[in-house]
Design a protein around this ligand. Structure first.
Ligand code: PGA
Length: 253
């Protein structure tokens, strides 16, 4: 049993559409969750999702946010806009954003500040790639990602989450083992204490993402430093995702 309800977040990436929204919402609304659930569909579906889920505790969020507040930035969406349409959180620095769209730690820092100012909960994604993993550089990479993205934030009364997503585990079916994840999450917590201080670090939930399925969700959530899950592929199957959420219910206080 956890001290705090685990947070399970669905990251739909560039997938889904009206059909998936309808089947997901139908499946969410027939269950009650003790775990905290979040769902991040593509931007254009956020408003629909918010209105369908308005009588539920399920949070809707975005997969990204602009580092700019407003102005001549074609194609961008600001934190304030996301807040206005009903988002509760946003993913920041997902490895696909870093790899494909060349986002870096400095832009993650700015985006986290924008999110906090707009009262959106940022979920900062961090993690090493396969080569770095094999070279034993996991801690070095996480050190850089955390120490560059997090210092100087005004966190009083605000929520921040970290998602540890080893790139080699994303979409590969090769999840990190629960023991590996626990070890890395302990390290992340220790660095959070150094950057934010013990009190603020104690409030930060650390999620794991990378090939989470209903078959490995329970063992991951059983780890003391795993405060939740970020689910990609398996969240596109509403029945599978609600099963993961039910597993999270079992460890919720
Ligand atoms: P996956 O993706 O569950 O499909 O591995 C996780 C993520 O990228 O957030």
């Amino acid at each position: 049993m956890k001290k705090r309800a685990p947070l399970v977040v669905a990251n739909w990436k560039l997938n889904g559409g009206t059909d998936l929204i309808c089947t997901s919402v139908a499946s969410f609304l027939t269950k009650s969750f003790k775990a905290e659930i979040g769902i991040a569909p593509p931007y254009v579906y956020i408003s629909d999702m918010v209105s369908f889920l308005r009588n539920s505790a399920i949070m809707v969020g975005s997969q990204n946010v602009s580092k700019f507040a407003s102005g001549a930035f074609t194609g961008e969406t600001s934190a304030q806009m996301l807040k206005e349409v009903g988002c509760g959180f946003c993913l920041i620095g997902h490895s696909e954003r870093r790899q494909v769209f060349l986002e870096n730690d400095a832009s993650c820092h700015t985006k986290i500040e924008r999110a906090l100012t707009a009262e959106l909960m940022p979920i900062l994604c961090v993690g090493e790639n396969n080569q770095q993993h094999e070279l034993g550089l996991t801690q070095d990479i996480l050190y850089r990602q955390l120490h560059q993205a997090l210092p100087g934030l005004e966190l009083q009364g605000k929520r921040l989450c970290i998602a540890y997503e080893p790139v080699w585990a994303i979409g590969t079916g090769k999840a990190a083992t629960a023991e590996q994840v626990q070890q890395v999450h302990e390290y992340i917590h220790q660095e959070l204490v150094e950057i934010l201080g013990a009190e603020a670090a104690g409030q930060v939930q650390i999620l794991y993402g990378g090939s989470v399925k209903k078959d490995n969700a329970a063992e991951l959530l059983a780890m003391p430093n795993v405060d939740g899950l970020l689910v990609g592929g398996a969240s596109l199957d509403p029945e599978h995702f609600t099963q993961i959420c039910s597993i999270a219910n079992d460890v919720a206080p």
